[in-house]
Each structure stands twice: as structure tokens, then as C-alpha cells.
Design a protein around this ligand. Structure first.
Ligand SMILES: [Zn+2]
Ligand SMILES: [Zn+2]
Length: 250
């Protein structure tokens, strides 16, 4: 299984990094983790075919993780995609969010492909041909709850564990509130692809060490910490900093 880094920024617009998006390929399936603003452009830039993506998993609805969805879908329509697409959206925004698509001139009955929209909920989300995606709820957007009250929206955020047909697994943290939220997902993972905007890189290294995760890739890089994160070394762990366009073998 390998992961193409399509966007490694923190969400703050910077010249050298795009917003969050990661394309997982296991040789058969192609899964997109998050669709941050600009993801359609990044797919073109790195010569990745959007029409062959089997499923899209949105961790939470911050624009740096979901804001590229509409242009991605428009590109799939214009390209006359015919392959069915599964779109996993945080369950707390459904069904109200479905009403947004027509405002972007995306009409389900006009799509040249079947789009199956499913809620992200904790547990096994996807299991096809030996590849599994497991969702873990986290508290990254819990502080919005008072503002969401009375509205057709329930703020939810998830991390994902992806396991390939060879049973190798990695954690994609998405955005998290604290690392302890990932405890139950940490066993038997060979890699943590971790944000480092809402948790400190040092805490991520400690978490990886405590859970015997041998490899850490820092992504979601805040520009003010970039130089420091690039300089981080660990005597025990394989540590990398994600760069847009790079392909990571898992
Ligand atoms: Zn976020
Ligand atoms: Zn983010």
C-alpha cells in the first residue's frame, strides 16, 4: 500500500503546501482521505486520476479537510466518470448537508456515476478486497456543540486506521484534540501519519514510542513551526516530514 501526499499544510494558505488530502492506493483500490481545498488541482498536478478513486473519507468538515469536495465532484462529472463512488461524510452533518449539493449545481440524478453517500461513524467503515478503513471518533470539533444546538448539524471529527491486504496498518490522525483519543487504534500500526498543529510533535513521538509504532510522518504543518519540525530527529523512530507530491510506502 502507498500514500500520495496531496496536501500537507495546516490549513493556513502557504505557497509550498496544499490543504489536507492523502491518496491511498493498494494496487487495486484508491481511497482519498480528506478533500481539502485545492484537492482537484493537486490530483492534476501530480498526475493522479480522479475518476479512478473508489471512496472518499472526510474526517471533519473544516474547509482544509472538506473544502475541495465540490470542485473534485465537478471534475468527475466533466470527465464523465462512470465508476461508482462512495463518499463518507461525518454522520453529524447528514442529512442536512445533502441539501447543499444542488446549490453547487451538483444534482444526484444528473451525475454520470452513482454516488453512494454514507455517514462516518466509529467502527469499521469500509472493508473491500482485504483493505479496511476503521474510524475513531475524536474531540477536535466538540467545542462547537453549543453553536450547533438548534441547527441541523452535529459537529463530529474522526481519525482513520487503514489496513491493507497485507495487513499492514497506518493511522491517519486527521485533526485531533489529544493523542489519547488514538489509544485503541495504535496497536499493530507500522506508521502514524500525524497532524502537528493541535498536538505537539514531541507528544506525537512519545505516543509512537509508547505504542511501538516505528515510523512517524508529520503533516498538517503549521508554517511557524516548519523549520523546527524539519529538524526533529529521534534515536528510536523513523521520522519524516510530509511534502506535497511525495509517495510514502506503508
Ligand atoms: Zn480541523
Ligand atoms: Zn485541519
Amino acid at each position: 500500500m502507498h500514500v500520495r501526499i496531496l496536501g500537507s499544510s495546516s490549513g493556513e494558505p502557504v505557497p509550498n503546501r496544499n490543504a489536507s488530502a492523502y491518496l491511498v492506493s493498494d494496487g487495486t483500490l484508491r481511497l482519498l482521505l480528506d478533500a481539502g481545498d485545492g484537492v482537484a488541482q493537486q490530483l492534476v498536478r501530480f498526475k493522479e486520476e480522479s475518476c479512478s478513486i473508489d471512496a472518499v473519507f472526510i474526517s471533519h468538515m473544516h474547509p482544509d479537510h472538506a473544502g475541495g469536495l465540490f470542485l473534485l465532484l465537478q471534475r468527475m462529472v466533466i470527465s464523465r466518470r462512470s465508476k461508482p463512488l462512495i463518499l463518507f461524510l461525518p454522520g453529524g452533518i447528514l442529512p442536512g448537508f445533502l441539501d447543499v449539493f444542488p446549490y453547487f449545481n451538483i444534482f444526484m440524478e444528473r451525475l454520470p456515476f452513482i454516488m453512494n453517500i454514507k455517514p462516518v461513524a466509529a467502527g469499521i467503515l469500509f472493508s473491500v478486497q482485504g483493505t479496511e478503513v476503521h474510524a475513531l471518533s475524536n474531540g477536535h470539533v466538540a467545542h462547537y456543540a453549543p453553536y450547533a444546538a438548534g441547527r441541523p448539524v452535529r459537529p463530529e471529527s474522526f481519525s482513520f486506521t487503514i489496513t491493507g491486504p497485507d495487513r499492514k496498518s497506518f493511522i491517519y490522525t486527521g485533526d485531533i484534540d489529544n493523542l489519547a483519543e488514538l489509544n485503541e487504534a495504535a496497536s499493530d500500526c507500522s506508521l502514524i501519519l500525524s497532524e502537528c498543529t493541535h498536538v505537539s510533535p514531541d507528544d506525537v513521538l512519545e505516543f509512537a514510542g509508547n505504542h511501538s509504532i516505528p515510523r512517524v510522518i508529520f503533516s498538517h504543518i503549521p508554517p511557524e513551526l516548519e523549520d523546527r519540525i524539519i529538524s526533529i530527529r529521534s534515536p528510536r523512530l523513523d521520522v519524516q516530514v510530509a511534502e506535497d507530491g511525495e509517495i510514502v510506502e506503508v
